[in-house]
Design a protein around this ligand. Structure first.
Ligand SMILES: Cc1cc2nc3c(=O)[nH]c(=O)nc-3n(C[C@H](O)[C@H](O)[C@H](O)COP(=O)(O)OP(=O)(O)OC[C@H]3O[C@@H](n4cnc5c(N)ncnc54)[C@H](O)[C@@H]3O)c2cc1C
Ligand code: SF4
Length: 339
């Protein structure tokens, strides 16, 4: 590991000020992804700003729903009574992630900011546009190893079937974020230019020609909290995660479903997928189709066909073209059964 400066801060203001003092600064939360990346020299920070002392771990009711602090641990959120009662999809998604030990360290903000698990990204001897942008520069990332995309035409079993580009086909790895996307969360951030809110659907981005940018956070912006609006989905939620091992494995494909039902008819529905795109992938066409329809297997099959319209395989990951629609159908069946 390379030498770096370390600063521990106790207020958000101090964190933001410390960030802007030099280039190559990273906030350090649970460290479960960042320290790994530093050990492999994928990320080489000049300074770590330790934000573990910030008072940002509360989970509280608001007038419109629930606010979850960015430093709340994944395990604390998953097991919180209000989350289990009103947002069971979030609890299920969090508990499907990583291992108990990791969930005790990982924070909400860190989980949102974790990097892709593409193996080429983690190996600086291999070509990767995300790790080593073609046009490197102050806000475009540091060059670190060869540019290019090893996964296109290479080992791409885990990779995207939606929204990829000729520069990158990596997937976003978080389970928690699939639930936050389906539940229409809002992200509260604070930065050198003040405070702002980002809709969750606009927080992560597709790779385009800038795969080095995973999200729309500006340099120095700190995630403060996530807001969840009240909803009527708590009786009919399900998170389906398909993976190589029953635990401690990232999703090949995952589906977050939240449904509002009246008898056997779907009143409202939210569907988001993981393991299929550079960001949590909302299935809006399938959602519109399902509204006011009966909750039957035939309806679910039609919705899954609609959802797959723009899917594209890259060789090793072609199996996802079948796995994804089957997973959508299974997740919808499970969610509409759980009254
Ligand atoms: C073996 C293993 C298996 C895993 N399996 C899964 C899995 O199945 N599903 C899953 O979802 N995840 C999985 N993870 C990933 C894990 O969930 C993430 O590493 C974790 O959520 C990151 O949170 P952290 O607090 O440790 O972040 P850190 O590692 O401290 O930080 C990660 C990034 O977030 C930035 N950051 C942190 N907090 C903030 C903030 N408030 N504002 C702005 N930037 C911030 C940091 O600067 C850094 O760039 C796994 C990890 C490991 C090591
Ligand atoms: S898919 Fe993206 S992260 Fe993976 S090698 Fe290609 S550019 Fe890098």
């Amino acid at each position: 590991m390379n030498p770096f400066q370390y600063t521990r801060v106790s207020t958000p203001k101090a964190a933001i000020t410390a960030y802007t003092q030099d280039n190559g600064t990273y906030f350090l939360a649970g460290g479960t992804n960042l320290i790994d990346l530093m050990k492999r020299e994928v990320v080489i920070p000049e300074r770590l700003v330790d934000i573990n002392k910030l008072p940002l771990s509360t989970i509280e009711k608001t007038a419109n729903g629930l606010r979850i602090g960015a430093m709340a641990k994944n395990s604390a959120v998953a097991e919180h009574d209000l989350v289990k009662k009103h947002f069971p999809l979030l609890s299920m998604a969090l508990n499907a992630g990583a291992s108990a030990q990791l969930r005790n360290m990982a924070t909400v903000g860190g989980n949102m900011m974790q990097r892709t698990r593409c193996a080429y990204f983690y190996d600086p001897s291999m070509p990767c546009n995300k790790r080593s942008p073609v046009q490197a520069g102050p806000d475009k990332g540091q060059p670190n190893g060869p540019s290019g995309c090893g996964a296109i035409g290479g080992v791409n079993r885990m990779h995207a079937i939606f929204g990829g580009s000729s520069a990158c086909i990596a997937v976003h790895p978080s389970d928690m974020c699939i639930a936050l996307a389906a539940l229409d969360a809002t992200v509260n951030v604070s930065g050198p230019k003040g405070d702002r809110q980002i809709r969750f659907s606009e927080f992560h981005r597709l790779p385009g020609d800038k795969p080095q940018q995973d999200n729309t956070l500006q340099p120095g912006e700190l995630i403060m909290s996530v807001d969840l609006p009240t909803n009527d989905f708590s009786d009919h939620s399900y998170y389906l995660k398909v993976r190589d091992r029953a635990s401690y494995a990232f999703a090949l494909v995952s589906v977050g479903v939240a449904v509002q039902m009246k008898r056997n008819t779907i009143q409202d529905v939210r569907l988001a997928m993981g393991g299929v795109a550079h960001k949590p992938w909302r299935l809006t066409a399938a959602e519109s189709f399902l509204k006011s329809k009966p909750a039957t297997e035939d309806t679910f099959k039609q919705a899954a066909t609609l959802a797959m319209k723009d899917a594209k395989g890259y060789g090793e990951n072609d199996f996802k073209l079948t796995l994804a629609p089957n997973s959508i159908i299974e997740a919808l069946k499970s969610a509409t059964k759980t009254a």
